[in-house]
Design a protein around this ligand. Structure first.
Ligand SMILES: O=c1ccn([C@@H]2O[C@H](COP(=O)(O)O)[C@@H](O)[C@H]2O)c(=O)[nH]1
Length: 279
């Protein structure tokens, strides 16, 4: 049976749960502030608490792979379990791994995150197109085959990103616009939403690019990086209805109690609803 495409599953999740994505970023400083040791037991407790608190209510959970990789194979085992438990509880899992390499190696990353038989299979994964959009083909094809999604970096939330992403391509477009146009082509004809998303920071002010890619727009940078839900209409304009606003530390700092995490997520969800409906 053909799996339901990620874009359709995400649209449904956004419409029923609201569009908020909460990142699972087990920073050493957060483990400490939760009263946990910065070791594998602390990582396991932090991750389990976050998944149990939020996976039954937010649309998307986004584990940041780097914070699990730093513990080696035991960290990856915690990540595998988190992915499985979050998906079982109804959240879509977006693996924030930002993979990017030549196409043949990209095939191995695709097998890791986008093959349903892999222990790290996720609903979607973040990738970098700055080895050329075509290098992403193995991931795009694997995602389409498994009903998963791919979020491609376009304009990242960090200020350093602009020197690359705003640079001008040979035909006069910015590199970010070039990548966004590739994403629009991948999503052409998809309904209700394509499965190839763009990462566009909520920190950018007016994004200054055409965001009509017929796909989701992941917006990190809310909370610890200084953006707020009120910034979303100015950054995303007419595309704001396709935005998946993402918050990690802004929610996680309210742990370790599940109620603190839930209330923080609910506050962000309310603010997002207000900002988007008023735009
Ligand atoms: O442009 C980007 C792309 C990804 N990220 C990731 O999102 C979270 C942000 O964490 P906060 O604690 O909410 O600042 C983190 O995992 C980044 O690697 C991003 O910030 N910007």
């Amino acid at each position: 049976m053909t799996p339901e495409p990620f874009g359709a599953r995400l649209r449904h999740a956004m419409d029923t749960r609201g569009p908020l994505c909460v990142g699972i970023d087990p920073h050493a400083s957060l483990l400490t502030s939760w009263g946990l040791d910065d070791d594998i037991a602390g990582l396991e407790r932090f991750t389990r608490t976050t998944v149990e608190a939020l996976a039954d209510r937010v649309a998307v959970l986004k584990p940041q792979s780097a914070f699990f990789e730093r513990f080696g194979s035991r960290g990856i085992a915690v990540l595998e379990k988190a992915v499985e438990e979050a998906r079982s509880a109804g959240a879509l899992v977006l693996m924030d791994a930002k993979r990017g390499d030549i196409g043949s190696t990209m095939g191995a990353y695709a097998a890791t995150y986008l093959d349903q038989d892999s222990p790290l299979f996720s609903d979607a994964v973040t990738v970098s197109p700055y080895l050329g959009f075509g290098s992403l083909r193995p991931a795009l094809d694997a995602a389409a085959a498994s009903g998963a999604g791919v979020f491609v970096l376009a304009l990242t939330s960090n200020p350093e990103g602009a020197e690359v992403q705003r640079a001008t391509a040979a035909d006069g477009r910015s590199l970010a616009q070039l990548m966004l146009d590739h994403m629009a082509a991948e999503n052409e004809g998809a309904a209700p939403l394509g499965s190839v998303g763009a990462v566009v920071g909520a920190t950018l002010g007016d994004a200054g690019v055409d965001l009509a890619i017929n796909g989701p727009l992941l917006a990190p940078g809310i909370g610890a990086q200084g953006a707020t839900p009120a910034d979303l209409p100015a950054v995303f304009g007419d595309a704001v209805g396709n935005v998946v606003p993402s918050v990690s530390r802004g929610v996680l700092r309210h742990g370790p109690d599940a109620s603190g995490l839930r209330e923080a997520a609910e506050r962000f969800a309310d603010e997002i609803r207000g900002a988007v409906s008023g735009s």
